[in-house]
Design a protein around this ligand. Structure first.
Ligand code: GAL
Length: 431
């Protein structure tokens, strides 16, 4: 509970296009019932996520499998919009919400991102469902705090992911004289091995489009600044213009110099795939990546390894997906059925076993999860928890968007480091 209290404090401090529509259960529609009036029908539920393909869709499918058993009379309508981290989904969702055309339920991150929707009056209070489904004791109290505003609870968590993970290809490292199980205490040690790889003509580090570069940036800030000063970036106690941040941005620039040149045209699955296929040595990505390795028959400890991003051991860079009941949802009863499944022990076990995340429920049995997930469960219980920037926990969507724009400008060579730093400071509103 000590750890969970930390999550609450942290994020409270921070509170400051491909398009895929397909259907399971033999049903389909064009998405959205239209109109501002909510409906009570449970004939169907349109579930809006960005889990549209690959291992993420496999996770969603596992959840839908439980949903179909628990609610056989409610058709699941898949409103998934492709694009990792919601890079395309969130904009589309915003247009739909503003046009009073909400889906029946949508994915939203616990923390500052959820507060955006709450402040815009787009979400209904689901406290009564916590009573109906007996959820008040099921989740860590401080996670529920992140979903609560002025005494009302606005979403139900499905999972917890760790963002500060480094994935590596064992053969690539071995062939280049690097112990595949090596862990790194600092970025400098890691950069030294990446120099070796680069000299040998291997791509040391894979990355993809802008949001994955922000993901890398957040883990480098965390590594260099440490958890307290990283958290201070979001509650105003760390100076974005300070020399420590400059040094971290220099390390980010250095890390980017090891990456694949086609990065801007890729999304996270392709960047992780470069490591899976042995075309790059390392990738920094949240632990949804493990589902991609495992889906392709790769074995942890043999084919690939996972370790905290160098210099972040003992810190769990946290994010949680949760599901909402939007104002004006056309099929409220269908949405409630979905919320019941995603919060149930069966739903969370099936979903998280496939997704690579850990259950938000505290009563899940670790034995039902993989070796990696068991380490994540342990780490979540013991480590210092900090909030992810790229995944909605640390900062509002507008701040994240401004940071993403500044990062793209910098990594594409359109701004220098000093300009980058002052744009980041303006993005967070501390300059
Ligand atoms: C995160 C989300 C994860 C995973 C990831 C990559 O924002 O919370 O569940 O989907 O994006 O798309």
């Amino acid at each position: 509970m000590r750890v969970n209290r930390k999550i609450g404090m942290m994020v409270a401090g921070a509170a400051v296009t491909a398009f895929t529509l397909s259907a399971c259960s033999g049903n389909s529609n064009g998405g959205g019932g239209g109109g501002s009036e909510g409906g009570s029908s449970d004939s169907e539920v349109e579930v809006f996520t960005w889990w549209a393909a690959g291992s993420e869709k496999a996770g969603l499918d596992a959840l839908v499998g439980v949903f179909d058993q628990q609610h056989p009379d409610t058709d699941f309508i898949n409103g998934a919009v492709a694009g990792g981290a919601g890079s395309a989904a969130k904009d589309l969702l915003q247009s739909r919400l503003q046009a009073n055309d909400p889906p029946d339920t949508f994915q939203a991150h616990a923390g500052a991102e959820l507060l955006d929707y709450i402040n815009a009056g787009q979400l209904q209070d689901v406290s009564s469902l916590y009573d109906e489904f007996d959820l008040r004791e099921a989740f860590p109290a401080d996670l529920v705090d992140l979903l609560t505003h002025e005494g009302k609870i606005y979403s139900i968590p499905s999972n917890i992911h760790r963002a500060n993970m480094m994935w590596s290809n064992a053969s690539v490292l071995e062939e280049n004289g690097i112990d595949p199980e090596k862990t790194y205490n600092s970025l400098d040690e890691w950069f030294a091995d990446m120099d070796t790889l680069q000299d040998a003509g291997v791509t040391p580090l894979s990355v993809a489009t802008a949001w994955t570069q922000v993901h890398l940036l957040e883990t480098i800030l965390l590594s260099d600044l440490g958890s307290d000063a990283y958290t201070g970036l979001w509650d105003g106690t760390t100076d974005w213009e300070g020399a420590d941040v400059t040094a971290a941005l220099e390390d980010f620039e250095h890390a980017m110099s090891y990456t694949n040149s086609d990065r801007d045209g890729l999304d996270w699955p392709e960047a992780t795939q470069l490591v899976i296929d042995g075309n790059a040595a390392f990738n920094v990505m949240g632990d949804w990546a493990i589902a991609a390795f495992e889906e392709q028959g790769k074995t942890l400890g043999t084919d690939f390894n996972a370790a905290p991003v160098p210099g972040t051991d003992g810190v769990f860079d946290f994010l949680a997906d949760s599901f909402t009941l939007p104002v004006g949802a056309p099929h409220e009863a269908g949405a409630e059925a979905w919320l019941e499944t995603i919060s149930s022990a069966e739903g969370q076990t099936a979903f998280n076993a496939a997704k690579g995340s850990i259950p938000a429920r505290t009563d899940a049995d670790p034995a039902d999860f993989s070796e990696y997930q068991q380490t994540a469960i342990e780490s979540f219980a013991q480590d210092t928890i900090v909030s992810s920037l790229a995944h909605g926990a640390a900062a509002p969507v507008a701040t994240l968007n401004a940071i993403t724009d500044a990062t793209s400008k910098f990594t594409s060579g359109a701004s220098d480091l000093a300009a980058f730093q002052s744009e980041l400071a303006s993005a967070v509103g501390t300059d």
